[in-house]
Design a protein around this ligand. Structure first.
Ligand code: CU
Length: 187
C-alpha cells in the first residue's frame, strides 16, 4: 500500500486554467533544491537492494554541474528517491546521477522536443542538457513510489503545461512532480 502525500496546495483536481497562472522564472541557474517531505512512503512491496555501487570517481563528480543521488531511502525516510529532486542548470550543463545503491536508473518522461533518454539499471549515468526547457524523469521500476526528478534547463519554463501532467505519471510520481513545479514556478 502506498501512502499518498498531502499536497500543500491541491492542483491534482484540475489542470484547466494552468496557462492563466503567473509563472515564476527561476532565480538563477546552477543550483538545486531539496524537497522536504513529511510523510513516509510505505512501499514494502518493492525489493530493496542495498548493495553499494562505486562506479564514479571524485574527479568525475567534480566535473559536472549537479550530482543527483539515486537512493533506496531518501533524506526524509521515503523509499526510493532522487536527491535532490529538482535541479536548475544552464544550457549545456551536465547532471550526473550517482548509483549510490543498486536498483535504479533514469528515464525521461516529459522533455522539450520529446527528447528520449534511458540509462542502464544499477549504473551511474550522466547527461548533458543542450536543449532548454523542463525535463521530468523517473526511475523505471520505482515511478509509482515517487522516484522522480525535475530538471529546469536555461530558465526555460515554456513547456510547463506538458510537464505538469503526463500519462507516464502515476502513484506518488504525479503528486510530487506537480508539487515541485507548482511550489517553485507557479503562483
Ligand atoms: Cu529506483
Amino acid at each position: 500500500m502506498i501512502i499518498r502525500r498531502n499536497l500543500i496546495r491541491g492542483i491534482g483536481a484540475s489542470l484547466i486554467g494552468l496557462s492563466t497562472y503567473n509563472i515564476l522564472k527561476p532565480a538563477s541557474a546552477a543550483k538545486s533544491y531539496k524537497i522536504e517531505e513529511e510523510n513516509i512512503c510505505n512501499s514494502d512491496d518493492f525489493v530493496v537492494n542495498h548493495e553499494p555501487i562505486n562506479d564514479v570517481t571524485e574527479t568525475q563528480l567534480a566535473a559536472v554541474d549537479d550530482v543527483v543521488h539515486m537512493l533506496n531511502v531518501g533524506p526524509n525516510g521515503s523509499r526510493f528517491r532522487y536527491d535532490p529532486m529538482l535541479s536548475e542548470i544552464d544550457v549545456g550543463g551536465k547532471i550526473l546521477w550517482k548509483a549510490t545503491t543498486k536498483g535504479h536508473n533514469v528515464e525521461f518522461m516529459v522533455a522539450p522536443n520529446d527528447i528520449k533518454y534511458k540509462s542502464k539499471m544499477h549504473k551511474s549515468a550522466g547527461y548533458t542538457f543542450t536543449t532548454p526547457g523542463i525535463y521530468t524523469y523517473k526511475c523505471t521500476p520505482h515511478v509509482s513510489a515517487g522516484m522522480i526528478g525535475v530538471v529546469v534547463v536555461g530558465n526555460d519554463l515554456s513547456n510547463i503545461t506538458e510537464a505538469m501532467d503526463n500519462v507516464a505519471y502515476y502513484g506518488q510520481a504525479k503528486d510530487l512532480i506537480q508539487e515541485i513545479l507548482e511550489r517553485f514556478y507557479v503562483r
